[in-house]
Design a protein around this ligand. Structure first.
Ligand SMILES: [Zn+2]
Length: 120
């Protein structure tokens, strides 16, 4: 006998052809919809956070450079857990970027905000 396969959506044992992955079309649709919406929601949420972070730095550094306090960033809803990339200078200082806007942690909860120049 072949081993019993179960439906990834409802957990029922699948009867029929051996290449059947779901017990029914309903379960297959259900499963794929759930998978897609979870992934889509997650990606959308992360994108929203990154875009908000970027916008906050842009707001606080209209001249492409500024010094600000952590409380100002948090007040606007900045989330330090999300950034698009880290830039390390030759001196080993780390800048955290959200797209082209970045921040550098300074002493006493101050941050230096920058806009990345177009040069690569
Ligand atoms: Zn099923």
């Amino acid at each position: 006998m072949t081993d019993k396969r179960t439906c990834p959506d409802c957990g029922e044992v699948i009867k029929g052809r051996s290449d059947k992955k779901f017990c029914s079309d309903l379960c297959r649709n259900n499963y794929n919809n759930k998978l897609n919406s979870d992934t889509t929601n997650y990606v959308r949420n992360v994108n929203n956070i990154l875009r908000r972070n970027r916008r906050i730095i842009e707001e606080l550094a209209p001249d492409d450079k500024a010094k600000t306090h952590k409380s100002k960033l948090l007040e606007k809803g900045f989330d330090f857990g999300y950034y698009t990339n880290i830039y390390k200078t030759q001196k080993g200082v780390l800048y955290y970027f959200c797209y082209e806007y970045g921040y550098l942690p300074l002493e006493n909860d101050f941050y230096f905000l920058v806009k990345r120049s177009e040069k690569k």
